[in-house]
Design a protein around this ligand. Structure first.
Ligand SMILES: C[S@@+](CC[C@H](N)C(=O)[O-])C[C@H]1O[C@@H](n2cnc3c(N)ncnc32)[C@H](O)[C@@H]1O
Length: 288
């Protein structure tokens, strides 16, 4: 199948960006047989990134296995905010290049979002909680010199995938439970893209997410903030003095999320990116 034929097959299956996707599939398939199989899986509704086996994130190619949450481009904003905090200044890193659409791989890579080699304090500890494929941990590890990076997920399929992406320690378990106790009071950046879709709204998600991403990656409980509240409640035990907790939410959830951070004793701010349609709640453990 050549590229125009692939695009026609994808268009017939309802793929809006059929030409872009056809180009990526043709470039990624190792043989005509593999291309046929990939086109059929995509036409059956599998997310493009699970079909390709990778997603573009902060200029990195992140391996994405079937059944693992696909890293979203909006989450690059959380990484940007973490880098700003690590740098200790307010100079925003270069914005990502124009996106082909909200949550998909753009046809042309925008290049590295964050220049590698951002200096960190010696032995800076970075944790990617609820890591999925480990995109946040991998991007921070690529951007920050000498950081000790840990990632955690409860889902063994995600943990296996994250081990392919994160140059650091990947633990399986519930939130903080699998982290080594020596990290208590030592984490400089605690980044978490937790599940935050309210249970009653899961049915409104696009079929790609509903059918091919695990429920544990999406369902945030009645108001979408159940996991976030648990992460915020545990953060003061694990953050270093002056350390930061960053969690992605929706704009609508941000006030309640900020209240949960404040209830844990963190100083709170909310950062938003209209371009990426992203909201990140940031809490800081004020040194006493
Ligand atoms: C929205 S996905 C985000 C994945 C990744 N951080 C990203 O941005 O691509 C949420 C992830 O949290 C994990 N998760 C859900 N509940 C968890 C828990 N109690 N402890 C650890 N991980 C959890 C899910 O398995 C899923 O991989």
């Amino acid at each position: 199948m050549d590229e125009p034929l692939v695009a026609a097959r994808l268009r017939a299956a309802g793929c809006v960006f059929a030409e872009d996707e056809a180009r990526l599939l043709v470039a990624t398939a190792g043989s005509p047989e593999e291309l046929d199989a990939m086109v059929e899986r995509r036409a059956d509704g599998l997310p493009l990134e699970q079909v390709l086996g990778w997603a573009e994130f902060c200029g990195l190619r992140i391996a994405v296995d079937p059944g693992v949450f696909v890293p979203r481009r909006r989450t690059e904003f959380l990484v940007q905010q973490a880098i700003l905090l690590i740098r200790g200044d307010s100079t925003p890193p270069d914005p990502p290049g124009p996106l082909a659409r909200g949550d998909s791989i753009p046809p042309d890579s925008p290049g590295p979002l964050i220049p590698p080699g951002t200096p960190a304090r010696p032995q800076a500890v970075i944790v990617d909680l609820c890591c999925g494929a480990g995109a946040i941990g991998a991007a921070l590890a690529a951007a920050v010199d000498r950081a000790e990076v840990h990632a955690v997920d409860i889902d063994p399929v995600a943990v296996r995938c994250a081990r392919r992406n994160v140059p650091g320690y990947v633990h399986q378990g519930d939130l903080y439970q699998p982290l080594p106790t020596r990290l208590r009071g030592r984490i400089g950046i605690l980044a978490a893209n937790v599940p935050y879709v309210p249970t009653g709204e899961i049915g409104f998600l696009p079929p790609e997410a509903r059918a091919h991403e695990p429920r544990v990656a999406l369902d945030g409980g009645p108001d979408g903030l159940e996991v976030l509240r648990r992460v915020a409640a545990g953060a003061p035990d694990w953050l270093a003095p002056g350390g930061h907790l960053l969690i992605e939410t929706s704009e609508r959830q941000a006030p309640l999320a900020a209240a949960a951070f404040a209830a844990s004793g963190l100083t709170v701010q909310v950062a938003t990116s209209p371009d990426l349609n992203a909201t990140v709640v940031i809490g800081t453990l004020t040194p006493s």
